[in-house]
Design a protein around this ligand. Structure first.
Ligand SMILES: [Fe+2]
Ligand SMILES: [Fe+2]
Length: 191
């Protein structure tokens, strides 16, 4: 099984790919057709689903490990968690809007900038220290938990759920099941 850094890096690459795609447009302002706008909305939904799962799993498993194994762990985890909570607020608002709304583009642009900063923070400020601090066995164990958690992770941002591992582990499955039920009704995230 891949270690935690490989698992998270794969997610980051996927998200960065989605951001680049969305950045290309076209948008309403640059003359997108109705069909292109519908596709743009769908891509934003996919981004929100991927991002919600990723951050929830980091909050359940990754940040507790950072707090435990790094001397600056609490500061690093607090900074990153604040970034994640702010992003969830933006994505919650974005999820309510259609792609022909100017506010949709404003929120998306904010998210794109912040998400790239957040990913860079994790990869450059947090990962190097944790790579040194975790032995191979621990890194693999953490990777497995995160990879397997994907199936049951929430698919919506939930900015009002406290980002604490205990709360997420206790409430996560019910929240994720409710997300999936809503997704099924609306066809959100379906191919
Ligand atoms: Fe994160
Ligand atoms: Fe991340």
């Amino acid at each position: 099984m891949a270690d935690v850094f490989t698992v998270l890096a794969k997610d980051h690459e996927e998200v960065k790919g989605m951001l680049a795609e969305l950045e290309k447009g076209p948008t309403r302002a640059t003359g997108a057709s109705e069909e292109q706008l519908a596709l743009r909305k769908k891509m934003a939904e996919e981004l929100i689903i991927e991002e919600s799962r990723h951050e929830a799993l980091e909050e359940m498993y990754f940040w507790p490990a950072v707090r435990e194994h790094l001397s600056a762990g609490d500061t690093l985890a607090d900074t990153a968690t604040e970034q994640e909570q702010a992003a969830k607020q933006v994505l919650t608002e974005l999820d309510k809007l259609q792609a022909d709304d100017a506010e949709f583009e404003r929120l998306l642009a904010t998210f794109i900038t912040d998400a790239r900063e957040h990913i860079a923070f994790e990869e450059m400020q947090v990962w190097p220290g944790l790579r040194t601090a975790l032995n191979a066995e621990k890194a693999a164990e953490l990777g497995t938990k995160i990879a397997e958690g994907k199936k049951t992770a929430p698919t919506r941002p939930h900015p009002h759920t406290p980002p604490s591992p205990g709360v997420l582990k206790a409430a996560g499955p019910a929240v994720a099941a409710a997300d999936k039920a809503r997704d099924a009704v609306t066809g959100r995230g379906a191919d």
